[in-house]
Design a protein around this ligand. Structure first.
Ligand SMILES: NC(=O)c1ccc[n+]([C@@H]2O[C@H](COP(=O)([O-])OP(=O)(O)OC[C@H]3O[C@@H](n4cnc5c(N)ncnc54)[C@H](O)[C@@H]3O)[C@@H](O)[C@H]2O)c1
Length: 383
């Protein structure tokens, strides 16, 4: 993709079935052969992918690669060959798909190498360590015809999918505003890992990229973003608190407050129940406001006036809430990846879409440094 060329972003076009709270994982549709998958990186996030691979029938892990030879133990446990060089793995293991769970700086290089070999990729977020690298990767993917999915796994979490359906399905009318809070306390031990206190290691790039992808997935693209970031409590190079405001392409306005230095019940991690390692509260972290009503997430309460009744601040409001059943987004993500490879599913995220999530996230950084509002697409095109 050359600078200035339009991006193909698919999130607007995704059609969700009426009952999209779960993916069809029942069988491999007519006895499809499990997709042959290789995993790169045997660290923290890869444990989730390994667990997911045990739950699906549509694919199976057939090789593991990690530059750390001690990770061979993991391959031995799985009974699959182990490689310390991903190039050897993608040349020798007869792979149809690669799950890339390596650190950010390798995502572009690995994705490009797989594209050259026509191997589909599910790469962890962010799509690349920089917009420049991300653009090179998107170009290689588009030339090759492979699918590269970015691991924004929350898109597969049923309450997120339901929120998208409610907001886009018109239950709240025309969206006018969004309010998001991501506030929690990271323990001191978290910062014993040196890179987390250095540039790029703060909550914007590590955590808020997930919030931005949720926002884009549920509501649509961001046209403009303005931010202030502060290092209010911790010494170090990175922000601990950020406030930003945004305008969506469709016109709705929004605000977000972010801090990793305040004990609070209001964050996706502590409210959504997606990852059961976190303490769970019964609070909300997002509010979506429209001309016909409002939705709180993850409690999924829709507030509106009864149908046919007058609207106004003296009129009674009705509250409707729904239970959305839990299922693992990592399992659904991997099953989807395999079905995309078998051309049984349309990708719910493309490489270009993942790149726009990265650009929108980096726009927060850019605005906090320059003090000016930033258009994510322009930031991407000028990178
Ligand atoms: N989706 C999510 O919620 C989520 C959560 C955590 C991490 N991540 C992403 O996953 C990626 C990995 O993060 P992590 O926390 O698992 O890191 P980690 O450090 O726990 O694991 C990374 C592994 O990759 C190996 N590795 C490093 N360079 C390699 C290379 N060139 N080839 C093969 N193996 C290599 C390391 O030895 C290590 O075992 C990052 O991009 C991160 O942003 C995503």
């Amino acid at each position: 993709m050359s600078a200035g060329s339009p991006l193909t972003v698919c999130s607007h076009e995704i059609e969700l079935s009426h009952d999209s709270n779960s993916f069809d994982m029942t069988d491999s549709e007519g006895g499809m052969e499990p997709v042959r998958l290789g995993l790169i990186g045997g660290g923290l996030i890869s444990a989730k992918h390994i667990e997911a691979s045990r739950q699906i029938g549509s694919g199976r892990l057939v090789a593991l690669c990690d530059i750390n030879p001690q990770r061979k133990v993991l391959a031995d446990e799985l009974g699959i060959p182990f490689f310390t060089d991903y190039r050897e793995m993608i040349s020798q293991a007869g792979l149809e798909g690669v799950i890339d769970g390596s650190p950010n700086q390798f995502h572009a290089e690995i994705g490009i190498a797989c594209a050259k070999k026509n191997i589909h990729v599910l790469t962890e977020k962010p799509i690349a360590a920089s917009l420049k690298e991300g653009k090179r990767l998107v170009e290689a993917v588009e030339q090759s015809g492979i699918s590269l999915l970015v691991g924004h796994h929350r898109r597969y979490f049923p309450p997120i999918r339901r929120a998208r359906e409610i907001v886009r399905g018109g239950d709240v009318g025309r969206l006018v505003g969004v309010s998001m809070v991501w506030a929690l306390m990271k323990p001191d031990s978290y910062f014993e890992v040196a890179w987390r206190s250095r540039k790029g290691g703060g909550p914007i790039l590590i955590n808020i990229i997930h919030e931005i992808d949720n926002l884009r997935f549920i509501c649509g693209d961001v046209a403009e973003i303005g931010a202030r970031a502060g290092n209010l409590v911790r010494d170090g190079e990175v922000e601990d608190t950020v406030a930003f405001h945004f305008r969506l392409v469709d016109g709705a306005l929004g605000t977000a407050l972010v801090t990793d230095t305040a004990p609070s019940p209001w964050s996706y991690e502590l409210t959504s129940g997606e990852n059961r390692d976190y303490f769970e509260t019964d609070q909300d972290c997002y509010f979506f406001l429209g001309t016909e009503g409002s939705l709180s997430f993850p409690n999924m309460e829709v507030w509106s006036h009864p149908h046919g009744r007058q609207k106004g601040w003296w009129e009674p409001l009705m509250r409707r809430s729904e239970e959305v059943p839990w299922s693992s987004p990592f399992t659904a993500q991997l099953d989807h990846f395999c079905k995309v490879i078998r051309q049984q599913d349309e990708p719910i995220i493309t490489a270009a879409d993942g790149l726009l999530t990265l650009a929108t996230t980096l726009a927060i950084n850019e605005s906090s440094v320059t003090g000016r509002s930033v258009n994510p697409l322009e930031l991407l095109e000028n990178s």
